[in-house]
Design a protein around this ligand. Sequence first.
Ligand SMILES: Cc1cc2nc3c(=O)[nH]c(=O)nc-3n(C[C@H](O)[C@H](O)[C@H](O)COP(=O)(O)OP(=O)(O)OC[C@H]3O[C@@H](n4cnc5c(N)ncnc54)[C@H](O)[C@@H]3O)c2cc1C
Length: 394
Amino acid sequence: MSDPGRNEGLDEGVWDLVVVGAGPAGSTAALAALRERPGLRVLLLDRESFPRDKSCGDGIAPHVGEVLDDLGAADVLDGWTPLEHLELSRGERRVAGRMARPVWVIPRRVLDARLVEHAAAAGATLVRHRVRTVRRTGSTYELDGTIRARVVVGADGAHSAVRDALGAGRVARRALAIRGYAPTLPERQGRQVIRYGERRQPAYAWAFDRGDGWSNVGYGELVGGSRDADPPTRQVLLEQLETLLPGSVPDGTDWRAHHLPLSGWRSGGAQADGAVLLVGDAAGLVNPMTGEGIYYAVATGRLAGRAAAQALADGTPASAGARHRQATARLLDRHLHHTWLAARLSRSPAVVGAGIVAAGRDHRVFDTLVELGLGDGRITPRLAAGLVAGLVRT
Ligand SMILES: Cc1cc2nc3c(=O)[nH]c(=O)nc-3n(C[C@H](O)[C@H](O)[C@H](O)COP(=O)(O)OP(=O)(O)OC[C@H]3O[C@@H](n4cnc5c(N)ncnc54)[C@H](O)[C@@H]3O)c2cc1C
């Protein structure tokens, strides 16, 4: 990465593609664009230098590996132990089982730096720079008055400056979560543990074993959409974590909290026509049931990179936004309808309890819940029937 704060060279000529934010969404967008058209001039900007930490549960769904495999970057998962067991509980109700496919728990300091390396190796120019403004000037865009681009990808996370510049507005439903790292307790080894709380749903604590003696531990809950809504304090978040998963906080370290912009009924609300594309958290794409966002980040990053490259190849960069919106809707919207509904239903503690009971009685329901929460699953008739039966029994 270029020296922090030194931006010489950025203003030379017009970049084909400028990607703002080098998290999973941004690095994947840069990589996908360059795989589609290796000769593109791609600038990847981030306000931080890598490796850098990011507040996250570090849970990597198998679907992430599939997207990255398609881009020749699946080796970012190398050296970390796959996890096969998941335990869900609420109060006295508990289910534990083997997932159909393993997940990974990889610190974002490692994962994101590896992805950035892939983007740079493919030809992206990586520079530390914080973007503040994006303005249209004729047929190109100007970032901070000096950097010019034919196409811009906004991959700058939950508080996206690019999204603000588009006038797309703030994502209405948000969660706030804190995470730290703590030594793995013997009873939590080799598994992801999720324990639901009583506060604003979705509210749960987690302990995800990294496989190296440490676990990612954390707690998150829904917050109001408006800026003046009363968010939980750091102390409340840590108290909830310790209440739900005792032993997590006293030896925990590296605590970091962050917002999660939860997805709604469909994907494309904020995506305007034109050549500014939104991906990942900047597009408001985080699973509203579970807070998982890395799969959506890499999936939409890949689509945005391709849409940008194809629009540039056709000589119609302004068509990139519509292409990206349509491709994202094709990939995610049916799934998002189902997670939207599931998140609404699971605001009721009785439904969460019924889901745990149903998953305990029928492993296919367990698999369906995992797929809905981690990847691109749907509410199946079997899950619906299991929920009804669970509700009748409770
Ligand atoms: C506590 C917590 C736990 C979570 N747990 C999980 C989990 O276990 N699994 C999962 O899948 N998801 C989880 N998520 C969600 C996940 O972290 C996000 O969905 C994911 O990071 C989104 O990736 P992204 O690339 O869109 O954004 P980010 O990862 O946020 O990356 C954005 C990048 O943009 C940069 N940036 C920001 N503003 C600017 C600017 N103005 N100019 C230049 N650069 C800028 C930032 O430095 C950052 O590198 C969790 C989130 C939180 C807060």
